[in-house]
Design a protein around this ligand. Sequence first.
Ligand SMILES: *Cc1c(COP(=O)(O)O)cnc(C)c1O
Length: 492
Amino acid sequence: MRSHLLNDTTTESYRRSVTEGVERVARKLATTRGPFTGVTPSELAPAVDAVDLDRPLGDASAALDELEDVYLRDAVYFHHPRYLAHLNCPVVIPAVLGEAVLSAVNSSLDTWDQSAGGTLIERKLIDWTTRRIGLGPLADGVFTSGGTQSNLQALLLAREETGTTDLSKLRIFSSECSHFSVQKSARLLGLGRDAVVSVPVDRNRRMQSVVLAAELEACRAEGLIPMAIVATAGTTDFGSIDPLPEIANLAAEYGAWMHVDAAYGCGLLASRTRRHLLDGIERADSVTVDYHKSFFQPVSSSAVLVRDGATLRHATYHADYLNPLPQALGSARAGGTPSTLAEKIPNQVDKSLQTTRRFDALKLWMTLRVMGADGIGELFDEVCGLAREGFELLAADPRYDVVVEPQLSTLVYRYVPEAVTDPADIDRANLYARKALFASGEAVVAGTKVDGRQYLKFTLLNPETTPADIAAVLDLIAGHAEQYLGENLVHA
Ligand SMILES: *Cc1c(COP(=O)(O)O)cnc(C)c1O
């Protein structure tokens, strides 16, 4: 069994098995006909069930053969131009190379003594990101597992900064289109069930700052504490960007922590033509970025950034075995201060909710070193431009109703046949079309509700997708919806 352990004597087997795996994936990517095969859970489950985990195959080739049947053949492929559903991106090759390196070396970014240069690389990327945002000289941050964790950590800092122990008094303000992780975080942080005040959006799905102002005033009048305002820079459903400058003004006026959830919109940080859409983000107290969305990085790659690095102390705990405090105090007696010592031994665990932590930063590092930020920004600009073209297609198409002009790369629309008047029938036809399309494997689109009605959604993150793909998928959807209506509205 030692032969499977990666060490100085097994490098040939490492090279062979990884190369074989890469070969297979490369062949797969080059030959997939659609984003999905349409397999159902009940069709696929028997193959997975049949695998006896207590009887190993012993050999990588055999395991890869088996993987073809239980996973690779029927996976959902985000690199395919007709995958148009969620906030998943095709990944850039330098990042995949970074992934291969970081898994093999297996650094853990909790402490310097488990990562060395990895810690410095992560810190440099954090600084790079805070400079792009404009957070100022005291800024800091840390890589996280995703936007959900980044939002949780930001709100933890916001809660602690209020200095309040009466958690029932704390309120978080976010738009009705904000991500559900805001609600989830509030619960995890022990806030009351009504802690999150949902602020309505305008017709472009951006938070109404006038209503936010009124809600903040009401909060103050009731003797409650405005803990944080969460502005979303790129809502998950619409890609809409809340009015950041107005929100920053209100946060300052009411003494609330301003968090910008730019999990989706962060790609604009690398754009040479659209960066202005994030104007005002530089006034945030904290920012969430998901490189695994608009920086074309493999999952996971995310970070939380803060204006004042000292606030990260709210995530700091000490363990004798890992990052001991006594060591710091001992050195203080020897003449240094604990804080200078802490600076000398950079332990990222002091800033993180996680302990053992992947060196995800390496993927972004390789990306920037090979392609540069402009390369990423150009890819994101392309999909934003594509969304604009898709919007024009939809707006000109009498079969469809499209909700908002895209600020980023999302289109929300629905099939609306002229002859059908009952909105519930239209809901069902759209729902059916989405499912039928998925089952056909020809394309994958998402769905969402707008004002209680069923809509469909394209999240465009693949620069390989063309307007012709969008037009073709709209025809497929219309075909499925018409078929449904033909079979189910015989009376019509
Ligand atoms: C995706 C998303 C999140 C959650 O990020 P994960 O990486 O999926 O945990 C949070 N906020 C917004 C606006 C998002 O789009």
